[in-house]
Design a protein. Structure first.
Length: 343
């Protein structure tokens, strides 16, 4: 039975990382559905800007509050989750600035997740939904074909996985282990999104995927490498988090979140076709694989890209569609509306 908004207003949801790309949209969608929402920020100095970007999409009224809590510290999490019915753990301290340092990535991501889970279990939260990544559901062989579902776990010992991707699988593994041992009355679900595109709430909360679109539109790339993306719209991703939060069938499940696959040169072509003059600088030529391989010898930031050249995995979102009734926008629509929001 669908809940009335008056019932949802009595339910309190904590979204970690409300200033982030995904977290911000989760807050917006929850408010639209009538929930009372809390969100965490590293510093309350960020509240005003975050509140303004959210208010541009939906009037929060008195149903939105901010709590200071950092994933690298225990402080603040008890107060943030106290009295909450649900928690959407979306925030991540990860940064590509130090992507080659595994310890600097795994520690904050894993320990931060465990902090949120401990506080949630102690507070008697009904369910925690955690954002993981397709990186935690990746075959060892980059030449492997076929349909991939949630039963697959990435091998963290796979040398082809860079530090960022290893940190995602190790963090999710640690979270499941903790919840299997300590959950009590709190159920747990994880969402595994692909490359996240779609409109940005503010220019400040762009993630790595969005920066790809920005560089294409502004002509900052000499060409497109043979890279492909399994795309999910950030608004559809927020919707899936909420479906997984409330559906009894979602307890104890992993859900892949993708809508479609596009090569980078296809994205560039779509942007030029749909945006016209605004995307006239988007590259039309492709960069040969051997060029990137040579460049990666001198530029360490390119080394994690080389194993992905020509890779086309096919992760299926069928479980989310069948079990939760999840529906998605077309990938082309998502990348175009992402680009439009950047102007």
């Amino acid at each position: 039975m669908k809940k009335e908004k008056s019932d949802q207003a009595k339910e309190v949801v904590l979204v970690t990382g409300g200033t982030g790309y995904v977290g911000g949209w989760c807050v917006v969608e929850l408010l639209r559905r009538g929930y009372t929402v809390r969100t965490t920020v590293r510093s309350l100095s960020k509240e005003q800007a975050a509140r303004a970007s959210i208010a541009a999409e939906v009037d929060p009224g008195d149903r939105l509050s901010f709590y200071a809590a950092d994933l690298t510290s225990d402080e603040g999490w008890g107060a943030a989750v106290s009295g909450c019915d649900y928690v959407l753990h979306v925030a991540s301290p990860l940064s590509h600035d130090n992507a080659r340092d595994l310890d600097s990535l795994v520690g904050p991501a894993r320990d931060g997740a465990l902090r949120v889970l401990r506080a949630s279990v102690k507070a008697g939260v009904r369910r925690v939904v955690m954002t993981s990544s397709l990186a935690a559901c990746t075959p060892t062989s980059y030449r492997e074909e076929g349909i991939i579902d949630e039963t697959l776990w990435s091998d963290p010992k796979d040398n082809k996985l860079d530090s960022y991707r290893k940190s995602k699988v190790l963090s999710e593994m640690a979270a499941w282990q903790f919840m299997n041992e300590n959950a009590g009355g709190t159920s747990f679900t994880t969402i595994l999104p692909g490359a996240i595109f779609g409109p940005v709430l503010s220019q400040a909360n762009q993630n790595g995927s969005v920066q790809v679109i920005e560089r294409l539109v502004k002509g900052r790339l000499p060409g497109t490498p043979r890279l492909g993306f399994e795309i999910v719209d950030v608004r559809d991703l927020a919707e899936l988090h909420i479906l997984a939060m409330t559906a009894s069938e979602a307890a104890g499940q992993r859900f892949i979140a993708v809508s479609g696959f596009m090569w980078m040169h296809e994205i560039s072509q779509v942007l030029r076709a749909k945006l016209g003059e605004r995307a006239s600088k988007a590259p039309t030529r492709m960069i040969p694989d051997f060029v990137l391989r040579v460049l990666s010898i001198f530029d360490g930031s390119l080394r994690s890209i080389v194993p992905m050249l020509g890779r086309r995995f096919t992760h299926t979102p069928e479980k989310a569609r069948q079990l939760l009734g999840w529906r998605t926008r077309a990938a082309e629509t998502t990348v175009v509306e992402c680009a439009e929001s950047l102007h």
